[in-house]
Each structure stands twice: as structure tokens, then as C-alpha cells.
Design a protein around this ligand. Structure first.
Ligand SMILES: C[S@@+](CC[C@H](N)C(=O)[O-])C[C@H]1O[C@@H](n2cnc3c(N)ncnc32)[C@H](O)[C@@H]1O
Length: 219
């Protein structure tokens, strides 16, 4: 075993010491989402802080959030870039988009534009090099398509991130077709392969939350 295994206790240490603000925000936003029956499939609190640190490091001002859910990742990215930046957040499900808008308004966040509809269509309609950072966290079967569009949309020196890169611990296994996660796991395996094969990306899979791939764009 290399590195230190992450126990629940250690994870709690990380969140309570480094991501307490992200925990409070999640508690507030998830209350409305749970009341609306929206699943709790957002990024983890420590991932939220990890993304914020990255955004600050690259001085990001324009960010694309692929998969809004109830607005948590959009909110944390808005906080990291400041009120003079903009987050564009893409969500297929109108009920999720509505709850996200209510959550963002309640949190006093005014610089997130939520676009309702298929994320790929929205991305295809956007101009080149307009974002500093993209977080891919929607339907797994489209991850490779989102990557392709992100490579066009992110400026040189910007960053592309993808959540669930560990596929709930199944990423390094050969999943059987009768496994209920077969489609998503194989899509994530294809995504990770595409990232590592992409010459314009300098990347790593960070074992944080369900795994986050981070790649710097070197065009
Ligand atoms: C894992 S959740 C996103 C979580 C969010 N990034 C966060 O951490 O707060 C995935 C979201 O993507 C949305 N989604 C699924 N397929 C989509 C598509 N084709 N286009 C846009 N959104 C999609 C789902 O409805 C869901 O709300």
C-alpha cells in the first residue's frame, strides 16, 4: 500500500480543519434539495475546498460548471472567483435548475448563470477559449464529449476537472456487463484514458472524494 489510506476519521479531520465553510454552505443548500427530493450526489466538502484552492491559484474569473444539481459546486466556485467573475452552470433537469436558482438567490450569489437543457448542446454553442476552468460532473456517458468541448472552451493555462474519476472504487477493475454500474464505470475509464492520452493536458487523478481528475491545458 502506498500513501496513507483515508479513513472516515481522517476525512473528518480534513473537512473540519480545512473545509468548515464549505460544510456549512452544503448544510444550508442541501436542506432545500432534500425537501424537493433531489439526490445528494454533489461533490464532497473537501473537494469543494480543493476546487476553490485551484481557482484561486489560477486566478480564475470565468468558470463552467457541467451538472448544476442544487447549485453547490456553482456556489463554491462563485465564492472562489469573486463577484466580478462569472459561473455558467449547465443542468438538464428543470426541477434541479429551479432549486439551484432558489439556493443561489438565498445565498446572495448573483454571478451564476444557470442554463437549462442538455449540457453538450450548450457547450457546442459557446465560443473558443472563454473559460479558465471547467468542472465536469454530469452524465458519465458524455464525459468524453464534455472533455472534447472543454479542450476548445478552456484557455491555455486553464484547468479541466472531472469528478467521480475513481468510479466509487471500481475504476481499476474490469466490471462485468451485468454490474449495475457497468455503463458509468466504463465511461469513466474511457474518460480517464482520454485525459491521459491528450497531449495538451498535464494531468493527475487526485484521490479526493470519489476522485477528481485535474488537467492543465497546454495549447
Ligand atoms: C452529480 S450531479 C452534479 C453535482 C454538482 N456538480 C455539485 O457538486 O453540486 C449531476 C447533475 O447533472 C445533471 N445532468 C445529467 N445529465 C445531464 C445532461 N445531459 N446535461 C446537463 N445536465 C445533466 C443531473 O440532472 C444532475 O443534476
Amino acid at each position: 500500500m502506498k500513501g496513507t489510506p483515508l479513513t472516515d476519521h481522517t476525512c473528518e479531520y480534513i473537512v473540519s480543519n480545512f473545509a468548515s465553510d464549505e460544510r456549512v454552505l452544503l448544510q444550508r443548500m442541501s436542506a432545500r434539495a432534500q425537501a424537493a427530493g433531489i439526490p445528494m450526489i454533489m461533490i464532497a466538502e473537501e473537494q469543494a475546498k480543493f476546487v476553490k484552492v485551484f481557482l484561486r491559484a489560477i486566478k480564475a474569473k470565468r468558470v463552467l460548471d457541467v451538472g448544476t444539481l442544487f447549485g453547490y459546486s456553482a456556489a463554491i466556485m462563485s465564492q472562489a472567483i469573486g463577484a466580478d467573475g462569472e459561473v455558467v452552470s449547465l443542468e438538464f433537469n428543470p426541477e434541479h435548475a429551479e432549486v439551484a436558482k432558489e439556493n443561489l438567490a438565498e445565498a446572495g450569489i448573483g454571478n451564476v448563470k444557470v442554463i437549462t437543457g442538455p449540457a453538450l448542446d450548450a457547450m457546442k454553442s459557446m465560443k473558443d477559449n472563454i473559460f479558465d476552468f471547467v468542472l465536469i460532473d454530469a452524465d458519465k456517458v458524455n464525459y468524453v464529449n464534455y472533455l472534447r468541448e472543454s479542450l476548445r472552451l478552456v484557455r491555455p493555462g486553464g484547468v479541466i476537472a472531472g469528478d467521480n474519476a475513481l468510479a466509487l472504487g471500481k475504476i481499476a477493475t474490469e466490471v462485468e456487463p451485468d454490474d449495475s454500474d457497468f455503463v458509468s464505470v466504463t465511461a469513466l475509464q474511457e474518460f480517464n484514458r482520454a485525459i491521459t492520452a491528450e497531449p495538451s493536458l498535464f494531468s493527475i487523478l487526485a484521490p479526493i472524494g470519489d476522485g477528481m481528475v485535474i488537467g492543465v491545458v497546454q495549447k
